[in-house]
Structures are given as structure tokens and as C-alpha cells.
Design a protein around this ligand. Structure first.
Ligand code: NG6
Ligand code: CA
Length: 505
């Protein structure tokens, strides 16, 4: 009895390197929206439990100094896709729902790297990088000429911008899903269009009222006022409470369909962005209000993906990356009582950090960042290495031994070893984009001077704006409480010079 067992074990060992089990792993990037450094129990949250994401951490690497490239969505995603700091390119701020595609179609992109390596590539979820040709108004009733399929994705199922922006429809590759040709869609961000009620004129129709002054009060869809006006496409419009289900079903279908070949799935969740509208099973379950409920929904989504990989038998050879596109915000436009709920429960969405979404402080870009790859990444490991999502492109290109043309991905670095926890070094320098730019070098963070409100009025978030230079020692002061610029004029000069130089590069 022993012999055949031993034999097959030895054979297994011998065959593994020959088949290169780890040379072509499947890769899934699960990208949360607006999830904060302190929103997960594996990052220290005590008022909410996220067992599935915690499982990712327990079975993989938890990075404590992992960053999105920017403190808002579009620039973070632009940098993720292109490997270029978004502030280098005009028009990469938060986009309206009718914006044109901002990712170049003739340059190396993150999904393009996978495609070139022979992978099947898919995008499911939030897009928010624009659609269609520059200078051309999108016609939602025809095939959309430019989008995810033109920048490296073989398959895409997504919504155009954010769930608080029109049009509130899903698109599969180039076509709006479920569109009735007799009820064409029109969208306008400047002026009201059609005759449907708006949140501004008909607040009595809203199931989720807008916060004062945030302006989420244009066309009402599914009882929620949106940013922007739309008419038509009634049958195609989504139900917010179903978005998480629709996306995870599509993601699972993609995994199932491509389980035989290596794939890259960019799984870009709607949670926990506003409007926070959990499906019924999560409503009221967190004790932290709607914002907490959608964190549970996000956690459930991660669990679904992990279970699916297991049941398909591809769990061992799949590398999962998990992160968020920017830091947390409580009130981002709707009266969902997120502020009161967090305060009442004592939930700290930022953990020990300062700032949040939109901010130049660490809370803007330091986000949850997990890597799970059984047998390669050590289970339960933690690393302080400075890493950033902008580096995925060059890191995977390095892994596939693909040269990246000099003109492409100028700011992306190969951080493969740091991303897998094999090196504690990580980046030596990173530029972070809040309202102002900061440069981090080693323990030091320099925030460039910029006039502006210290607290953003709508969201009540500390912006990091200051007319004077700021310098923080992150090794002692992760909460950026003490500006030590006056004590270290030489360092301030050096880092200001470094930022200038990177700007001009
Ligand atoms: C802001 C919206 C906010 C959110 C954000 C984009 C207002 C006042 N606020 O402009 O609600 O939609 O854009 O979020 O309009 S992000 O995560 O996609 O960057
Ligand atoms: Ca976001």
C-alpha cells in the first residue's frame, strides 16, 4: 500500500517543476471601491467582521503599506491600467458617466501584458475610465466603439462610471444589456433631459435622500437621485440591490468558462461606493448601518470567489490580489447615516490613519492590500514594504519576461518580490496623489504646499491642504499629527526637489 502512495507522491514532486505549476497562475484582482484601511477585521476593525477577506489574509500576505495611486477612483484606475501617474495626464480626474475613454489604445496596459502572455482577460464590475472616441458623444443605443475591449480585455461586463452616475445600465462588451430599441437611452450631464422626475424637484419620491449640497439630485432611478440626467432605457436599468449579485455571477461564469486556460480577471466591485444599497440578505446585518452592510456584502463576494475557485479545482494555482481604489468616506452624497452609525458603534474606517478619500494624508491612498497564492506566498505573512497598484503592470511584465517599451508605463516598477512577500524592500520612492501631491521616501513623507480648505466641506474629510510644506516621519507618526518640516529644512528641500524632478521626468 505504501509503495504506490510514495511513488505517486514522488512523481507529483518530480512533475511539478516540469509542468511549471507556478509559471502561469490564474490572476484575479478584486478591487474594492472606497474601502478604508480600518474597514476589515484583518486590518484591526473590531466593530465589523469580514471572515472571507480575513481568510485571504490568513492564507496569504497582508501588506500594511500598500497604496492606490490616487485618493479617487478614475486616477487610481488610470494608473493601474497604464503604469503612468495620472497627474501627468490631463482629464484623468473623476469622470462623468458620458466621458470618453482615457486609457490609450496603443500602449502597454495591465490586461495587455496578460494577453500577450497568452492569458484570457476579463473585466467585471465598475469601469469609470470613459467610453467611446475622443470628441464624440456616446450613442448608448449602438455598439460602443471604444472601451475595455480596446485596451486589453477579451471580455467585459461592467457599468460605465459609478453607481451614483447615469446611465444606470450594464454593458456587455460593447452593448447595453437588455436595451429595448423602442426606448432609446439619452444622457446629459449639463441639462435636464426627458420628463422623468429629478431628486431636486421630487424629493418625496426618494427612498434614499441625497445629502444636502452634494447634488445627487438629478434623474431618479430606482428611488435614488443620480448625478446626471437620463431618459429611456427603462428595461435596461439596474436595481441597485442586485448589483453585487449580478457582478459576482458574471465573475463566476468567467472563471468557469476559462478554468482550463490561464486567465486574468479584473473584478472591480461596486461596494462600498455610494449609493450603499445592500441586497436584502445584508440589510441591517452589520449593526453599522448601510455602509457596514455593504462591507458584509463585499466580504460575501470575496467568499463566493474563493469557494468557486475551490470547487473548480483551480484554487491552488490562482493568485488573488485584493485592494481598494482609494481610502474611505462616510458621507459621500446620500443620507445613509454612515457618520452616525460609525460614531455610535465606534467604528474607525481609517484605522490609525488621517484623511480619507480625496485627501493627501495617508488615509487617501493607504488601503487594504492582500496577496494570496498558495504554495508561493507564505500563509499569514505581513509586510511593511511600500507597494502601489501602479506597479502591477511592470511586476507582471517582469514575471512573464516581457519587455515594456520605454515610452510605456513610465512610473510602474517591478515590485514582484515585494508583492509576494519575498522582499521587505518595496519602493524607495512613491508619489501619492490626494488634492495635493506628496512624495514618500523611506520613512519620510513630504506634502507639497497648496492653498485650500483644510477640511472638505461636503465630506468632512481633512484634505491635507496647507499653504506651508508638510513633513511627517511615518515610522513614528503614521497618523501624520506632527508636521516636522521646520526641524528638517534640508529634507524638505531634498524631497521638494525630488518631487519636481519626478514631475519633469
Ligand atoms: C464625487 C461625488 C461622489 C463620488 C465621487 C466619485 C459629488 C459631490 N460627489 O464627485 O459622490 O461619486 O465623485 O467617487 O458629486 S470615486 O470613488 O469614483 O472616485
Ligand atoms: Ca473609489
Amino acid at each position: 500500500m505504501l509503495k504506490p502512495l510514495l511513488f505517486s507522491a514522488l512523481l507529483g514532486l518530480a512533475l511539478q517543476p516540469a509542468f511549471g505549476q507556478n509559471s502561469r497562475p490564474n490572476v484575479i484582482f478584486i478591487y474594492a471601491d472606497d474601502l478604508g484601511y480600518g474597514d476589515l477585521s484583518c486590518y484591526g476593525a473590531t466593530k465589523i467582521k469580514t471572515p472571507n477577506v480575513d481568510r485571504l489574509a490568513a492564507e496569504g500576505l497582508r501588506l500594511t503599506n500598500g497604496h492606490s495611486t490616487s485618493a479617487t477612483c478614475t486616477p487610481s484606475r488610470y494608473s493601474l491600467m497604464t503604469g503612468e501617474y495620472a497627474w501627468r495626464k490631463k482629464g484623468t480626474g473623476v469622470l462623468p458617466g458620458d466621458a470618453q475613454l482615457i486609457v490609450p489604445t496603443d500602449k502597454t496596459t495591465l490586461p495587455g501584458v496578460f494577453k500577450k502572455a497568452g492569458y484570457v482577460t476579463g473585466a467585471v464590475g465598475k469601469w469609470h475610465l470613459g467610453l467611446g472616441d475622443p470628441g464624440t458623444k456616446i450613442n448608448w443605443n449602438k455598439s460602443i466603439p471604444k472601451g475595455p475591449n480596446d485596451v486589453g480585455f477579451d471580455y467585459a461586463y461592467y457599468f460605465p462610471a459609478t453607481s451614483d452616475r447615469v446611465p444606470t445600465v450594464f454593458i456587455e462588451n460593447r452593448d447595453v444589456v437588455g436595451l429595448d430599441p423602442n426606448d432609446p437611452i439619452e444622457v446629459d450631464y449639463q441639462k435636464p433631459i426627458g420628463s422623468e422626475p429629478t431628486g431636486k424637484d421630487h424629493p418625496e419620491l426618494l427612498k434614499l435622500p441625497a445629502s444636502p449640497d452634494h447634488g445627487h439630485n438629478n434623474t431618479i432611478v430606482n428611488g435614488i437621485g443620480r448625478i446626471g440626467y437620463m431618459t429611456g432605457g427603462k428595461q435596461a436599468r439596474w436595481t441597485d440591490e442586485e448589483i453585487a449579485h449580478v457582478f459576482v455571477d458574471k465573475a463566476e461564469a468567467f472563471l468557469e468558462q476559462h478554468k482550463q486556460k490561464p486567465f486574468f480577471l479584473y473584478f472591480s466591485l461596486n461596494d462600498i461606493h455610494v449609493p450603499r444599497m445592500p441586497s436584502t440578505e445584508f440589510k441591517g446585518k452589520s449593526g453599522l448601518g448601510l455602509r457596514g452592510d455593504v462591507i458584509l456584502q463585499l466580504d460575501w463576494t470575496v467568499g463566493r470567489i474563493m469557494d468557486k475557485l475551490k470547487s473548480l479545482g483551480i484554487d491552488k494555482n490562482t493568485l488573488i490580489l485584493f485592494s481598494s481604489d482609494n481610502g474611505p468616506v462616510l458621507d459621500d452624497g446620500y443620507a445613509d447615516h454612515a457618520v452616525a452609525a460609525a460614531q455610535a458603534a465606534g467604528h474607525k474606517q481609517l484605522g490609525p490613519l488621517r484623511g480619507g478619500k480625496y485627501s493627501a494624508f495617508e488615509g487617501g491612498t493607504r488601503v487594504p492590500f492582500l496577496v494570496r497564492w498558495p504554495g508561493v506566498v507564505k500563509a499569514g505573512s505581513v509586510s511593511d514594504a511600500l507597494v502601489c497598484q501602479i506597479d502591477f503592470l511592470s511586476s507582471f511584465a517582469h514575471f512573464f519576461k516581457q519587455p515594456v517599451p520605454d515610452a510605456d508605463a513610465p512610473d510602474s516598477q517591478n515590485q514582484w518580490d515585494a508583492l509576494l512577500g519575498k522582499s521587505v524592500k518595496g519602493r524607495s520612492v512613491l508619489v501619492q496623489q490626494g488634492g495635493s501631491l506628496s512624495v514618500v521616501k523611506g520613512n519620510w513623507k513630504y506634502v507639497e504646499p497648496r492653498e485650500g480648505p483644510k477640511v472638505l466641506k461636503l465630506t468632512d474629510i481633512e484634505s491635507g491642504y496647507d499653504g506651508q510644506a508638510q513633513l511627517y516621519d511615518l515610522s513614528k507618526d503614521i497618523g501624520e499629527q506632527t508636521n516636522v518640516a521646520a526641524q528638517h529644512p534640508d529634507l524638505v528641500k531634498e524631497l521638494a526637489g525630488l518631487l519636481d524632478k519626478i514631475r519633469k521626468d
